[in-house]
Design a protein around this ligand. Structure first.
Ligand code: PMP
Length: 296
């Protein structure tokens, strides 16, 4: 699914076939989760592919690496250019792009100085599909920012997301809604969370959550349309007074939520401002900011 016989990846400055690429089994990323990745999407725009907010993703990757003491010896613009070449080499335009900075062999609990970068791409439908999501409040909280930099995309942190998703699926739900250390609503396993009330958006503030690029985009769009956005801490009970709710993320895009635990939202999401924002997102990702690196 992620790669075929002829899929090409970018690996440390070279173009190689995915099937011919290897990783050191003693890698610190594999053993102790110290590595960094990003999740980016490209959309076919009619005038070639448009990698949405490519620079912001690679800037965030740089920040995640620096936080973990991983050397980031790459130029952000160069990585954007490489990503466009990657799409061209693989003959795809609507694609998910996955850069990964991974480390060499090292069993010590201190950042390894050998850093590799790979970038792969594949065609991927929205991460949560197109159905209204049945969500449960997860018993697995988001790690405290005092214990882990939750504003980074460090590989190891995703074991927490996997625990939350496994548990939700096992109990018959589609996705988990995780709480922060104080029991406030934080986010999905790999998505940010919004609820809608009285034509207003409410979302948890930065601090205990991952600072999603899609979250920031949706906030901008809402303000552009004149809908107030409130960033505040709130408990799960408060969401039961909402008209609707949705998740945002690059892989997820904008995914509507039908229910949380046994509470069902009363309004059809198409009758809320969430749907308007979803449509605006779909329109903008394909039309906006065609990059100078676009080879199309
Ligand atoms: N939360 C987590 C934990 C994530 O991994 C992601 C996806 N990167 C998001 C939220 C959404 O972030 P973005 O909108 O930047 O993709």
């Amino acid at each position: 699914m992620y790669y075929k016989k002829n899929s090409i990846i970018y690996l440390d400055g070279e173009w190689v076939k995915a099937v011919d690429s290897h990783v050191d089994l003693y890698s610190q990323t594999l053993h102790h989760g110290n590595g960094v990745f990003e999740g980016i999407r490209s959309y076919s725009s009619g005038a070639g592919p448009n990698i949405y907010k490519a620079r912001e993703h690679f800037e965030r990757m740089k920040y995640s690496c620096e936080t973990m003491g991983i050397k980031f010896n790459y130029d952000v613009d160069e990585l954007v250019k490489v990503s466009y070449e990657l799409l061209e080499k693989n003959g795809v335009e609507n694609a998910y792009i996955r850069p990964l900075a991974y480390l060499g062999a090292n069993m010590k609990l201190i950042t390894c100085s050998e850093v590799h970068i790979m970038i792969a791409c594949w065609e991927w439908p929205p991460y949560l599909g197109y159905e209204n999501q049945k969500v449960m409040i997860s018993p697995y909280h988001k790690p405290s920012p005092k214990a882990f930099p939750v504003d980074t995309k460090v590989n190891g942190m995703y074991a927490n997301s996997i625990l939350a998703t496994n548990d939700a699926k096992k109990k018959g739900f589609d996705e988990a809604l995780q709480l922060d250390l104080d029991g406030n609503v934080a986010q999905g396993s790999g998505q940010n969370f919004f609820y809608v009330k009285d034509d207003m958006l409410v979302t948890p503030p930065l601090g205990n959550i991952f600072p999603g690029i899609t979250r920031a985009t949706i906030i901008e769009f809402a303000m552009e349309l004149g809908y107030p956005v409130i960033e505040k801490l709130f408990k799960p009970e408060e969401v039961k007074e909402a008209e609707g709710a949705f998740f945002t993320g690059t892989a997820t895009e904008v995914a509507s939520i039908a229910s949380i635990d046994d509470f069902k939202f009363k309004k059809n999401w198409k009758d809320t401002i969430a749907y308007e924002l979803f449509q605006m997102y779909r329109a903008r990702v394909t039309n906006d900011e065609l990059s100078e690196f676009n080879l199309g």
